[in-house]
Design a protein around this ligand. Structure first.
Ligand code: KG4
Ligand code: ZN
Length: 340
């Protein structure tokens, strides 16, 4: 008997990206994202506008994902969607759409935790990419989250450290805003950091015990630093922008690497997988590659398209849950504060 192929439609709408992806037996056939540029004008995500944009985008994005995958919706084995964590209005759009589609096609519905998905994105089949071996440590770094997670198996994860205030992506974005950079500022700081001196300016690292992080103090330190320097020289930012970006990035990466070193020494696990938007940062990627040479760590760095919010990561979790018959019902509701 020929084994039937498993097709999963993944839907992601937790923040400001409406995304859909079709996966067949662990391989991604399409990965479509509609990013919402409307938030740029406000320097951050406006929840009300995000949910409206999801409403507009969701059907065209799903249509496009099916088209690019070259399949009709009737071949789908299940629909997987992000249940949380995220913005409630945004989550409701993807959740309601996924429920209706699964209901009308009479196929199973699979709920996905967005933070688990950032980690399990490492299990998407990709030629030349070696998947992490269990157990490993996952560091998820994005605009909404900063966590270190001990991963013993696909669905056996424990959060061993997390931010007590701002997420690391916010540290990049808010610092960038102070410097007059656009939103999101992470990629721009990354670009400018390559041209600057990381030791030009010193910012004190927060003293948070254990594996937790804090980034709000750094933001305040940068605010006062820029204010004071601009009183002495009104063109201070303009004249030193690359050095400021390099110094901020250096400080942030060194905070992340310090905690990773502590996590490795506490757990004895030196396989490190990163995920989330900030894992696109070239300085962080370089620091991990250096740790491989210096400390013998094995870093797992995902392809760019699977780092920032995407639906391929939702579809892979859907696939992993499908093969163990882990389905949900039509009573499911979105959860903005869902834990791993
Ligand atoms: O995972 P993501 O797309 O969405 C959230 O779940 O938040 O992450 C977005 C965050 C933003 O804060 C953005 O500035 C940051 O990721 N980011 C970067 C880089 N690319 C994106 N931060 C630093 N360097 C980058 N290259
Ligand atoms: Zn995310």
């Amino acid at each position: 008997m020929v084994k039937e192929k498993i097709y999963i439609l993944g839907i992601e709408s937790s923040c400001d990206d409406t995304a859909a992806s079709v996966l067949c037996d662990g391989k991604i056939l399409s990965n479509v994202i509609a990013s919402q540029s409307i938030h740029k004008a406000y320097g951050g995500v406006v929840p009300e506008l995000a949910s409206r944009a999801h409403q507009q985008n969701i059907i065209p994005v799903v249509d496009q994902a099916l088209k690019e995958a070259g399949v009709s919706k009737t071949v789908l084995s299940a629909v997987a969607f992000t249940r949380g964590p995220g913005l409630m209005g945004s989550l409701l759009v993807g959740t309601s759409f996924a429920k209706s589609l699964a209901f009308s096609l009479k196929i199973p519905l699979i709920e996905v935790n967005h933070m688990q998905a950032h980690i399990l994105a490492h299990f998407i089949e990709k030629s030349g990419y070696e998947k992490p071996k269990f157990p490993f440590l996952a560091m998820t770094v994005s605009g909404g989250h900063t966590q270190i997670v001990k991963v013993k198996d696909y669905f056996d994860m424990t959060v061993i450290g997390e931010t007590i205030d701002d997420a690391v992506g916010e540290a990049f974005d808010k610092s960038g805003k102070l410097l007059g950079l656009g939103y999101p500022a992470g990629p721009e700081i990354d670009k400018r950091a390559k041209l600057g001196n990381p030791k030009a300016f010193h910012f004190t690292k927060p003293k948070v015990k254990g594996l937790n992080f804090s980034f709000s103090g750094l933001k305040t330190a940068i605010l006062y630093f820029v204010k004071n320097k601009s009183i002495e020289n009104p063109n201070f930012i303009e004249n030193n922008i690359n050095d400021i970006c390099a110094s901020i990035q250096y400080t942030i990466i060194s905070i992340l690497m310090d905690k990773l070193k502590l996590a490795v020494s506490q757990t004895g696990i030196n396989r490190i997988a990163i995920g989330g938007g900030v894992s696109a940062n070239s300085g962080l990627r370089e620091a991990l590659n250096k740790a491989q040479q210096k400390h013998g760590w094995t870093p797992y760095i995902p392809a760019f398209e699977y780092t920032t919010d995407n639906a391929a990561m939702i579809a892979i979790v859907g696939f992993l849950k499908y093969i163990k018959n882990d389905f949900t019902t039509q009573e499911i509701t979105a959860q903005s504060r869902l834990k791993i």
